[in-house]
Write a protein that binds this ligand. Structure first.
Ligand code: NDP
Length: 621
């Protein structure tokens, strides 16, 4: 076994720390049948009939949870009615990358509309203590070479990411083109002028030749529909609107106002994993209410070596992003440049593959399953290593396939449960029973608290227009939600028939990669190419043809059960990866391109090189 690992290491360039991690894990013994049965039991007890309906939308009585705690004062300005070539909806990485690529294509007359008080998108909102990107910063932070920046650490904290947003905005001169604290309320196509009319909550009616929607996939926070949630009399907020006025401190910790507070946090997803250590350190008492444990792998952050940063050749970031993307897509590379928890699982699969070649008679599915068991045994073993109380450790162990839920990486979360002021309140998969005026009830016990924090995530399975917060009315006043009622209908995930001059930055029917800005950049380049061409050639409209849309829908559906079928499949414990375990009739059609992001990006590049804009119809009236 070790020899095989050795071969993988030598052949594929894995570094020595990985050798020891893999060697340890491969010696672990487990019973596959027992694990299969345990996974089934854990999934079944979490399945619930109400699926996505279990969550509460932040409207009406709950709208206050959406208020922006980061602005000094609300904006007060006159409505705008001007005309521009392009409106970009969203000032997160998507909108900023779209703007940067428009500038590259010679298109400068655009306006960015952003509901937050500045740029940053998800990183503007998610400033909770410990917020950090799980994807290596050298791959994740966009436009590093263009802006001449190398991140300070392998994994960047939110503060550095927000600073980088500012760097991009400054470099590409985006502040003058931005409308902040402005939310789009409706997009309407005006066929008489061939313009989109962009309505906002500030009373604007902006005319645009083109619109690109970079709304972001995890955009609308949600609350759990727990009985009595409206009765809580203490302080409460969602993690994406952290109330530092109440907790004290900032994104790097020091929550000095919590010293005399009993705090509860609901949820143990990627967000809570990061903020719980800071809450544990600062609160008088912390209760962590858990429904399903996350996988918590090694973080292993490290400062950037300045010599290495100096030595990076031109084109290094794209090469690194592509290397990472290939490895997490299961495509062997001569070198693993990133070498982290994401690429580790693939390393294990390569290891299994070597075994198979040497005589083991395993099918590809069995091989993948065994690699997955092995990785999860390692994750569960880590809980035993880091949590002193064996009962607490057992409750923190995830029993499902890796990638049923978003993997997390943290070195401080598990040891936090060794603190005497921190209690894990496990709900055995059932969730919190009730919220009362004074606290949270689980298993008949009321946990009295002063502050309740919702680490309960964001809407994913609801309709696109509900999540974006506005409807889009195209030709003949047809609503996008109606056009997509049976599932997404696009060409390349970016445009729909009946919605001319409209571009969508989205994973549905587009590419999918864990490194989301990589997808955003490929999309931004592609749409800038089309918009740039339309403007320079004097076309007034560009629209996806019905045939091209039909063909792309068939392509997407044709991949059902394909390479991406394993992510959050129906046998997984419920979560947003599998529509909370509910059958979803539109899932196959709304899935990302099943051939994987690498093929998808190649397909886009080839389409641009072909130069005939296949599937699009241009108008010049
Ligand atoms: P998630 O949706 O991942 O987690 C929500 C949590 O709330 C889950 O643990 C869920 O349990 C729990 N929950 C929901 N309802 C109840 C209930 N009634 N009682 C008890 N618990 C409940 O949200 P997050 O904000 O943690 O993460 C969302 C996404 O944001 C991540 O998946 C990731 O994509 C992204 N993110 C990315 C980071 C990065 O590094 N790039 C960092 C942080 C977040 P259950 O699992 O049982 O549903």
């Amino acid at each position: 076994m070790l020899q095989v690992i050795g071969k993988v290491v030598i052949l594929e360039g894995f570094v020595s720390t990985k050798v020891s991690q893999m060697a340890e894990a491969t010696e672990t013994r487990f019973d596959p049948d027992a694990l299969r049965e345990r996974y089934r039991i854990e999934r079944d007890k979490r399945l619930r009939a109400d699926g996505n309906e279990q969550y509460i939308e932040m409207t009406g009585d709950y709208a206050d949870y959406l208020e922006d705690p980061y602005i000094d004062e609300p904006i007060d300005r006159d409505p705008i009615t001007k005309e521009v070539d392009v409106v970009l909806v969203g000032g997160g990485f998507g909108g900023m990358q779209a703007a940067a690529r428009l500038r590259d294509a010679g298109v400068d007359d655009f306006l960015l509309i952003e509901k937050g008080g500045s740029f940053g998108g998800t990183w503007y909102w998610n400033r909770y203590p410990g917020a950090q990107c799980d994807i290596e910063a050298y791959c994740y932070l966009p436009l590093l070479e263009e802006t001449g920046y190398v991140p300070r650490e392998k994994y960047a904290y939110a503060k550095e990411i927000l600073e980088h947003s500012d760097r991009i905005a400054t470099h590409f001169n985006l502040y003058d083109t931005a409308l902040f604290q402005t939310e789009v309320t409706e997009l309407c196509w005006d066929a008489t002028t061939n313009r989109w009319i962009v309505h906002t909550n500030q009373g604007d009616a902006i005319k645009a030749r083109f619109v690109s929607m970079a709304n972001g996939p995890l955009h609308r926070p949600k609350l759990p529909g727990i009985k009595g949630i409206e009765n809580f009399q203490g302080h409460s907020f969602h993690t994406s609107r952290w109330d530092y006025e109440y907790t004290g401190g900032g994104p790097l910790g020091g929550l000095d106002k919590l010293g005399d507070k009993r705090v509860g946090i609901i949820g143990t997803g990627a967000t809570s994993i990061q903020c719980v250590p800071f809450l544990g350190e600062a609160s008088e008492q912390l209760y962590v209410f858990q429904r399903t444990p996350s996988t918590v792998d090694i973080r292993g952050n490290a400062p950037t070596d300045p010599e290495w940063a100096e030595s990076l050749p031109e084109g290094w970031q794209k090469a690194r992003m592509e290397n990472f993307n290939a490895l997490i897509s299961g495509i062997p590379q001569s070198e693993d440049l990133v070498n982290d928890g994401w690429t580790d699982l693939i390393g294990k699969m390569m290891n299994q593959f070597q075994n198979m070649k040497e005589g083991d008679n395993m099918s590809l599915e069995e091989m993948i399953e065994m690699a997955n068991f092995e990785k999860m045994e390692e994750i569960r073993g880590r809980v035993d290593q880091l949590v002193a109380d064996p009962d607490v450790a057992e409750k923190l162990k995830p029993y499902y396939k890796m990638f049923c839920k978003r993997p997390t990486f943290n070195d401080d979360f598990l040891p936090t449960f060794n603190r005497s002021n921190v209690e894990l309140v496990d709900t055995d998969g059932q969730g919190v029973d009730e919220v009362t005026a004074k606290g949270v009830v689980v298993g008949g016990v009321e946990y009295e608290i002063d502050c309740l924090i919702y680490g309960t995530g964001f809407e994913v399975g609801t309709s696109y227009t509900r999540r974006s917060g506005y409807e889009v009315f195209g030709k003949d006043n047809r609503a996008l939600s109606e056009h997509w009622q049976e599932g997404t209908r696009t060409l390349h995930g970016m445009g729909s028939h009946g919605f001319p001059n409209l571009f969508i930055m989205n994973t549905s029917q587009g590419g999918f990669t864990a490194n989301f800005p990589h997808l955003l950049d490929e999309t931004a380049v592609h749409q800038a190419h089309i918009i740039g061409h339309a403007l320079s050639a004097g076309h007034t409209t560009v629209e996806v043809t019905p045939d091209a849309e039909d063909d792309w829908v068939k392509t997407i559906i044709g991949f059902e059960g394909g390479p991406l079928g394993g992510l959050g499949g129906p046998d997984c414990t419920p979560g947003y990866y599998n529509n909370e375990g509910q059958p979803n009739p539109t899932a196959a059609q709304s899935a990302p391109y099943g051939g994987g992001s690498i093929k998808f990006f190649q397909l886009l590049e080839q389409w641009r090189e072909d130069g005939n804009f296949e599937g699009l119809e241009f108008g010049s009236s």
